[in-house]
Write a protein that binds this ligand. Structure first.
Ligand SMILES: *Cc1c(COP(=O)(O)O)cnc(C)c1O
Length: 382
């Protein structure tokens, strides 16, 4: 048989056939107790091997072009377990500067207690990573496109660097989703998701996933059963349901975001737009080469005489929201949320002004999103 297309994979891969009743969807198996008569596998939810956990793991592995994947109870459970599966006391990691706030917090708060060393470096120029590699470096960890400024890191170059020095390369692939980016195809060892975002897609699932070769995933599994960060079967079922429409949703997110980015870029009240699909994005060419689509996330800076809080309040359909990547359009002001703990000067140094808004473009009609922004501009224009 010919290889299936991505939409068919989203709908069908990993599904559990309902042999008993012939139902159209995977049944939910909530059991925490399975027979153990000396034969394998020992099924148990914390072992990531109940029927629904295996089903969702297979689906995510197929989409990531990975040999195996495991579902976790949150993105941070996935990130922390993956990192600690490959690190021990005395090891060193090179991180990209711009990583998800919760991941950054995990590193700076926890690693000291484990005796694990780290450096952060600017990911835009790959030479920065090489400069930070030391004798005890074990892992390089990147996130692209990044949050909130949508910087693009050259995945192939980082994967090549990791191979050259015998390091494990990891990526947080959340913003792209496996529809827009398949990092293992570019040589990355471990791809991680907050499935709370595009994989879930409806702002009602907290989940995570790690994908990689069977050999590496065996290591992640061994740590995973000790840290206990597995996904529940009910959530595994919901996530399977969500991923059936992943490719469909992401195509619409991509199309809407491109139109919105071009509209905002041409708008006199907007100072700057950060979106990898724009030709003037500094790494547009790399994004084009390594992504299958540019995604639904962007940031834009309002003109400095506009009040960014009043603008958000004036929106009717677009919701101010902490999270992202749902079917609904949401907006967030990094200076008072994700980056509130930095001083104004620290924020200015990394390009996060009080007029910067992170925009998660939903799947609504393009003209409705634009109309909402237009009516809000009318209200706040001085
Ligand atoms: C949300 C997010 C995470 C953390 O995931 P949780 O599901 O909230 O634990 C990690 N990385 C990125 C890029 C995210 O957006």
């Amino acid at each position: 048989m010919k290889k299936k297309g991505v939409h068919s994979k989203c709908v069908h891969d990993g599904e559990i056939r309902d042999e008993q009743f012939g139902g159209a969807v995977s049944p939910i198996y909530m059991a925490t107790s399975y027979p153990f008569l000396g034969y394998l596998p020992k099924r148990y939810p914390r072992y990531f091997n109940t029927p629904n956990q295996e089903a969702i793991g297979k689906k995510i592995a197929v989409l990531e072009n990975a040999e195996a994947a495991l579902p976790f109870g949150s993105g941070i459970a996935a990130i922390s377990t993956a990192l600690l599966a490959f690190l021990k006391k005395g090891d060193h990691v090179v991180f990209q500067n711009e990583i998800y706030g919760g991941a950054h917090n995990f590193v700076v708060k926890e690693f000291v207690d484990y005796g694990i060393e780290y450096d952060f470096t600017d990911g835009v120029d790959v030479a920065n990573f090489e400069a930070k590699i030391k004798e005890n470096t074990k892992v390089i960890y990147i996130e692209t496109p990044s949050n909130p400024l949508l910087t693009i890191t050259d995945i192939k170059a980082v994967a090549g660097l990791a191979k050259k020095y015998g390091l494990i390369s990891m990526i947080d692939n959340t913003f792209a989703s496996p529809i827009n980016q398949t990092p293992l195809d570019l040589g990355i060892d471990i791809s991680i998701h907050s499935a709370t975002k595009y994989l879930g897609g409806h702002s009602d699932i907290l989940a995570g996933a790690v994908a990689g070769s069977q050999e590496y995933m065996d290591k992640v599994f061994q740590k995973g059963i000790n840290f206990g960060g597995n996904l529940s079967d009910f959530m595994a079922y919901l996530l399977e349901r969500s991923i059936k429409t992943l490719a469909l949703r992401v195509e619409k997110h991509n199309a809407n975001a491109q139109v919105l980015a071009e509209y905002l870029q041409a708008h006199p009240l907007i100072k700057k737009v950060y979106y990898p699909g724009l030709k003037n994005h500094p790494n547009h060419q790399i994004a084009k080469a390594q992504m299958h689509g540019f995604g639904g996330m962007m940031s834009f800076e309002l003109r400095s005489d506009l009040d960014a809080i009043a603008f958000q309040k004036a929106l009717r359909m677009i919701k101010p929201s902490m999270s992202l990547a749902g079917v609904e359009s949401t907006i967030l002001m990094p200076s008072v949320t994700s980056h509130a703990l930095l001083s104004a000067q620290e924020r200015a140094e990394i390009g996060i002004s009080d007029h910067l808004l992170r925009f998660s473009v939903g799947i609504e009609n393009q003209e409705d999103i634009i109309n909402d922004i237009e009516q809000a501009f009318k209200k706040v224009k001085v």
